[in-house]
Write a protein that binds this ligand. Structure first.
Ligand code: BYC
Length: 471
């Protein structure tokens, strides 16, 4: 087990002190990161004491160490899961060969691009969530937001370490660029679409952590299989942290629905107007937010038919999540049937359809929470059911991009699509209403009226605990 050395300027378990050049390069990047955090990270909470977990080692005992921290003093560091002895490549054309400790020259630019794309999402999400602290529904939620933020910051460190350690000058330049692009920036936006969407309310935050962080889970799991061992080890450790982000999303949406059901019971109505007048978020509005963030996140898997995904798999750079669950790890003869717009369909090599395979399993995973929310609604005696949009709906990548399709996946006339779209995703009025609820609640244990309290607090502490001490 590799312990993390906190005496170092950059906490790490990669023996950074033995590689002075790398250490110096990362110590040069560190103040740029801190400056970025100051300018683009959570706005105005730098003096608050936040009850955060910090990793003190990468094993089960040490990865979640809790205590009060000023966020700018959070010890962002470089933590890789322990190596697996004699690890072999588990898929693709080089299956069975030893994994790579260095980047093979022929894969250098593709691997760099993949790592940069992954790295770009991490600071992007912190930028998207920058202003949310000002409208937190409780101290418990404020703390969870900041926990997610500092860990996304650490995930940026994880990718920057790989860029610095394995990609020379190009890698160092890319690390600087990761701090220069900004979410929603007209000139230098973030790379992937969803990470440029504005996020000004907590319902969006919960949807994002439910749907978009779950894409993170799938992408990190597929990198955890990578033949490039440092990438695999980095992603394995990131996945332990990622689970909490999805928990924040799932429980956040559950608590919104729970509160809405309470108000529906109290008022004896499911009339959205009356529910809104009572300060809760009606279920059709919750559905529209879910549809928006789910459909946006579906694009993050890339095109249905992708030569990139085929090359990444065949070379060993990027596998499928939990690769060992499959029998065929080479995929040279398997085909996949894909439905295309206009009633057409095609059999394509499975290798080229891996983005779609991953998107399908992602949607199944998303459905687990939906089933839970629907059970809550059913138990409360209501007929309303939450649904996930079809993976063809509102796409901007792949063969379904720009095709007018309803949330069930049916092709419809463009005019109908344009007319009905505002009923399927949040309208300007929905956004104004949800925004009107966003008021800061910071008395310990108190919750905003639109959300139920959580079932339990953090790390066995009571819900009323003062998770963020504001000064
Ligand atoms: N927006 O063959 P294609 C997370 C680009 S989330 C804009 O269709 P491919 C997190 C694509 O980059 C996980 N561009 O797909 C969550 C490519 O451009 P280049 C993030 C897009 O390459 C919450 C071109 O279209 N990690 O961690 O097979 C908070 C053709 O691509 C989009 C990763 O994404 C889009 N939606 O797969 C914090 C893993 N989709 O390269 C963090 C790394 C595609 O030709 N990335 N394009 O210029 C990848 O593995 C792949 O790049 C993708 C696309 C899966 C994204």
């Amino acid at each position: 087990m590799s312990a993390i050395d906190y005496a170092e300027k950059i906490p790490n378990n990669v023996n950074l002190q033995n590689d002075r050049t790398l250490q110096r390069a990362l110590e040069h990047w560190q103040p740029h990161f801190l400056q970025w955090w100051h300018e683009m990270g959570p706005s105005d909470f730098e003096s608050a004491d936040v009850y955060l977990r910090t990793a003190v080692s990468v094993d089960a005992q040490g990865w979640a160490h809790y205590g009060a921290v000023h966020m700018p003093d959070y010890r962002w560091g470089i933590f890789l899961a322990d190596p697996v002895a004699e690890r072999k490549i588990g898929f693709g054309d080089a299956m069975g060969q030893p994994v790579w400790q260095q980047v093979p020259g022929e894969y250098r630019s593709t691997l760099r691009r993949l790592i940069v794309t992954q790295g770009d999402t991490e600071p992007a999400s912190v930028e998207q969530q920058r202003m949310l602290g000002h409208t937190c529904p409780s101290l418990y939620d404020l703390r969870n937001l900041f926990q997610v933020n500092v860990e996304e910051g650490r995930h940026l460190w994880a990718m920057v370490y790989l860029l610095h350690a394995y990609f020379g000058r190009d890698g160092r330049e890319e690390a600087e660029e990761l701090l220069a692009r900004h979410s929603g920036d007209a000139d230098k936006p973030r790379i992937l679409t969803t990470f440029n969407e504005p996020m000004t309310d907590w319902l969006s935050f919960f949807c994002f952590t439910y749907f978009t962080d779950r894409d993170g889970k799938y992408q990190l799991k597929s990198f955890a299989e990578s033949a490039f061992d440092p990438l695999s080890r980095t992603c394995r450790f990131m996945l332990t942290e990622e689970a909490h982000h999805m928990f924040v999303g799932e429980t956040g949406i559950s608590r919104v629905i729970k509160r809405t059901l309470e108000v529906m019971k109290e008022l004896g109505t499911d009339d959205p107007k009356r529910i809104r007048a009572h300060g809760a978020i009606d279920l059709p509005t919750v559905q529209r937010y879910l549809t928006f963030w789910c459909s946006s996140s579906l694009d993050l898997f890339g095109s249905e038919i992708s030569s990139n995904s085929a090359a990444n798999f065949a070379s060993g750079m990027k596998g499928r999540p939990d690769e060992t669950q499959y029998e065929d790890h080479v995929l040279r003869s398997a085909v996949f049937h894909i439905e295309l717009p206009g009633g057409k369909s095609e059999d394509v090599p499975l290798l080229n359809a891996l983005n779609e395979v991953m998107r399908e399993s992602y949607l199944k995973d998303c459905d687990i929470g939906v089933k839970r929310w629907n059970r809550m609604i059913e138990r409360a005696g209501h007929a309303f059911r939450i649904t996930l949009p079809s993976s063809r709906f509102r796409r901007s990548i792949g063969p379904w991009a720009g095709v007018p399709v309803d949330p069930q996946g049916n092709l419809i006339p463009r005019e109908t699509y344009e007319r009905l779209l505002p009923q399927w995703i949040p309208s300007a009025e929905d956004k104004a209403f949800v925004q009107s609820l966003m008021k800061k609640v910071v008395a310990p244990g108190k919750m905003a009226a639109w959300i139920a309290p959580p079932d339990r607090g953090i790390n066995n502490l009571p819900v009323e605990y003062e998770y963020v001490k504001l000064h």
